[in-house]
Design a binder for this molecule. Structure first.
Ligand SMILES: [Mn+2]
Length: 358
């Protein structure tokens, strides 16, 4: 068994589970090595089985890690029962946050009352949240690609270009620097659209004097980076500079303060307090950040709504991304990725975060 599977097995034991049914594809990839688009992974305290269909027979055999047995069958739960891998009296975890109602009803129908099903998704999200040195290296590499893309963008961006043309350039540049793809739908939000926290690139043309917010990420070995920069196309004016300074200060204080042992809620408050004290609390309408790794949004959320018991742990990679959005005017956000360490954090994003005027 791989180290990742061994860690999951020992947490099954701690949580009195005999096994766990993994349905979420990024988690299946992380745990088994299989990257296909259909599958179920069943992990017990000693073994792991990947169920997938005939389309993936060759790929699954080539990709799975040592100790994962591949079963080719379209009827995943029935096969688990028929092979007696799922047996009477077992207590099994499942990923309640990802399983559809139809899948859940299928599990109940096929396993009948013989098996007890418990929500166990937390076991996997806590496992993927803490990165190994090697995994941090992958995210760092993806973050470096994004930083290079940003430098390139500043060279080519000009008034008259459409937001979606710039998004296409970002995607192309990312891949040309080695990215496996876009980490998520690229955000290019210019002028008044920059007041939309999630303004996907549109057909709007960029104009001189506007602020432009870019939010995008690269992927290396399945691990994502996530970076936001707001820059100005020509002199943006005093109000924009003032708002930029507040967001910059909030982001920098967040990076200075982030460390293992602090709660996610405390880190959110460190950034939020700066923005509230400046009088823009209402204009910071989202949480401060999120875990980052095999998915762009992972456990833990860095939010004012995070439960007190969610603490930052050494080895977690999180984003810090405060913003201020003034509808009808403009918005500013700065986002960096950091590795949580004891006593502090290490920045993984290398792009300049001063206000760039191009
Ligand atoms: Mn983000």
């Amino acid at each position: 068994m791989s180290t990742r599977l061994k860690k999951l097995s020992s947490s099954l034991k701690k949580n009195n589970l005999d096994g766990i049914i993994v349905s979420h594809l990024p988690d299946i990839h992380y745990l088994s090595g299989f990257s296909g688009s259909a599958g179920t992974l069943f992990v017990t305290r000693k073994n792991a089985y990947l169920l997938t269909d005939g389309r993936y027979e060759t790929q699954a055999a080539a990709q799975v890690n040592d100790g994962v047995e591949v079963l080719i069958d379209r009827a995943h739960y029935t096969r688990l029962k028929d092979e007696k891998l799922v047996r009477k009296g077992m207590t099994l975890g499942f990923q309640s946050q990802y399983v559809s109602v139809a899948q859940y009803e299928g599990m109940k129908r096929i396993f009948k009352k013989k098996v007890k099903l418990e929500a166990g998704g937390r076991l996997i999200s806590e496992l993927t949240a803490v990165k190994t040195e090697e995994e941090v290296g992958y995210i760092k590499r993806a973050a470096n690609m994004a930083a290079r893309v940003f430098r390139d963008v500043l060279e080519i961006v000009k008034p008259g270009m459409r937001e979606n043309e710039l998004a296409a350039e970002i995607s192309w540049l990312g891949r040309s620097h080695g990215s496996e793809g876009d980490a998520f739908g690229i955000i290019v939000a210019s002028g008044q659209r920059s007041a939309l926290p999630h303004g996907r690139a549109s057909t709007k043309k960029l104009k001189s004097g506007e602020l432009i917010t870019l939010d995008f990420g690269c992927i290396y070995k399945g691990f994502n980076s996530d970076m936001t920069r707001t820059f100005a196309l020509g002199e943006p004016g005093d109000e924009a500079r003032k708002i930029y300074d507040i967001v910059y200060k909030a982001e920098r204080v967040g990076v200075e303060q982030a460390r293992a042992g602090m709660s996610a809620k405390e880190l959110d408050a460190v950034c939020r307090d700066i923005i509230e004290d400046a009088g823009y609390g209402e204009a910071f309408s989202h949480s401060t950040g999120h875990g980052l790794g095999i998915e762009v949004h992972e456990f833990p959320g860095i939010s004012h709504r995070s439960p007190d018991e969610v603490k930052l742990r050494e080895g977690m990679v999180v984003t810090i991304e405060p913003g201020i959005y003034l509808p009808g005017k403009f918005g500013v956000r700065i986002e960096d990725d950091v590795l949580i360490e004891n006593g502090g954090c290490r920045e993984l994003t290398s792009a300049s975060r001063k206000l760039m005027v191009v």
